[in-house]
Write a protein that binds this ligand. Structure first.
Ligand code: PLP
Length: 405
């Protein structure tokens, strides 16, 4: 019998966050070993509960949630999202401009499927949240990675962005606050990116799913609030700000120069209707989440659990010889660098696998985020202070042995 092959469309599609190393971790757990997981931004298993009122709203509305709803989502939920866009100073977003999906992930894939023809190019950050690269590739597009500069707070390099634009470039993706670097972009930088998009007629896709996970009193500006003359598609959801990753509830909205995008918007509508609608019970959570008590603020204030874990992880990691790191100002991640002169790593997936096997700590290698050199890894600082201390001590021990090899 001939073997059954996956589609050619998947040729350049990969997603290492759930790749072979976490699969090995799963096997080790099945064998009874305890793994400390610093590999995935999934809050609930680490005791970060979704707000109680949000959970109760889903439970209360479950009996009403058995039918399909509008393909773009429940009206009351989209109305709440509309108010949120107003609070973020984004002009002229109507209920009709908002699409609710099974997490932002579904909508990211949808937005790329609706836009790209074979060979079209999209500027994607490097490092990136790899779903973006995968979604562009799956849609037949070519991801062109622009550099985020570690020497400059991991901010996007405008020169590099400009150098990667061709006559096939359709759009630029901005992940702000950033996964995996924890960077938060200043307004001046956002305006400079808008200017580039303006000059080259690019759509701006803004992934802002961590826009409330901000430390040190920082504030977040939605890039879509800074211009009306280009098209923006902005993504957000309940997964991170409201610790409800498993609800699979996210949204996107179009704003800015919608007039030039009528055909594209029609395409998005077709794609939204094809899958009928997003999971309905979770849509009932949106209004209460956005309008309710913003308990994330208690977690990110200096004495809050997330802020304390960020501070400890940063302090312990940067104390390891040959490890440097830009301190994250937002989100749940750090992207430390291993000095190649001290740690001559040629295959960072192998490095991460050996760490897992020797020390039972699970990380994701930097190349999993489309970083080109094997000299970074991502740390998720969700485990509690004791587990973080333990995990980073194990990483330090592993690195010390690695140096002696
Ligand atoms: N965008 C970024 C930057 C993320 O880090 C994630 C999840 O980790 C997502 C999107 C996907 O979010 P959702 O759970 O809404 O699908």
């Amino acid at each position: 019998m001939t073997s059954i092959l996956k589609s050619n469309k998947l040729q350049n599609v990969c997603y290492e966050i759930r790749g072979p190393v976490p699969e090995r971790a799963r096997q080790m757990e099945e064998e009874g070993q305890r793994i400390i997981k610093l590999n995935i931004g999934n809050l609930a298993p680490f005791g970060f509960d979704a707000p109680e009122e949000v959970v109760q709203d889903v439970i209360r509305n479950l009996p009403n949630a058995a039918g399909y709803v509008d393909s773009k989502g429940l009206f009351q939920a989209r109305k709440a999202i509309m108010h949120y866009t107003q609070a973020k100073n984004i002009a002229d977003v109507t209920v009709d401009d908002i699409y609710i999906g099974n997490g932002a992930s579904e909508l990211i894939v949808m937005a790329m499927q609706g836009l790209l023809n074979d060979g079209d190019e999209v500027l994607v950050p490097m490092p990136d949240y790899p779903l973006w690269t995968a979604a562009v590739s799956l849609a037949g597009g070519t991801p062109r990675h622009y550099l985020c500069d570690e020497a400059n707070e991991w901010y996007p390099s405008l020169d590099d962005i400009r150098s990667k634009i061709t006559d096939k470039t359709k759009a630029i993706v901005i992940i702000n606050p950033n996964n995996p670097t924890g960077a938060l972009y200043p307004d001046s930088l956002l305006k400079d990116i808008i200017q580039i998009a303006r000059e080259h007629s690019l759509i701006i896709y803004a992934d802002e799913i961590y826009d409330k996970v901000l430390y040190d009193g920082a504030e977040h500006t939605s890039i879509a609030s800074l211009a009306n003359d280009i098209l923006f598609v902005t993504f957000n959801g309940l997964s991170k700000n409201y610790r409800a990753c498993g609800f699979r509830s996210g949204w996107m909205f179009v704003s800015g120069n919608k007039k030039i995008a009528k055909d594209y918007i029609e395409g998005l509508n077709i794609l939204a209707t094809m899958r009928l609608c997003a999971n309905v019970p979770a849509q009932y959570a949106i209004q209460t989440a956005l309008g309710g008590y913003q308990s994330i603020n208690d977690l990110v204030k200096p004495t809050g659990r997330l802020a304390k874990q960020r501070d400890l992880a940063y302090q312990l990691l940067t104390a390891i010889p040959g490890v440097s790191c830009v301190k994250p100002r937002a989100a749940l991640y750090m992207f430390p660098k291993l000095d190649p002169a001290i740690y001559p790593i040629s295959d960072d997936q192998q490095f991460i696998l050996e760490l897992l096997q020797e020390e039972k700590v699970l990380l994701v290698q930097g190349t999993g985020f489309n970083w080109q050199q094997p000299d970074h890894f991502r740390v998720v600082f969700l485990p509690n202070l004791d587990d973080l201390t333990d995990a980073i001590a194990r990483i330090a021990r592993f690195l010390e042995n690695y140096r002696k090899r």
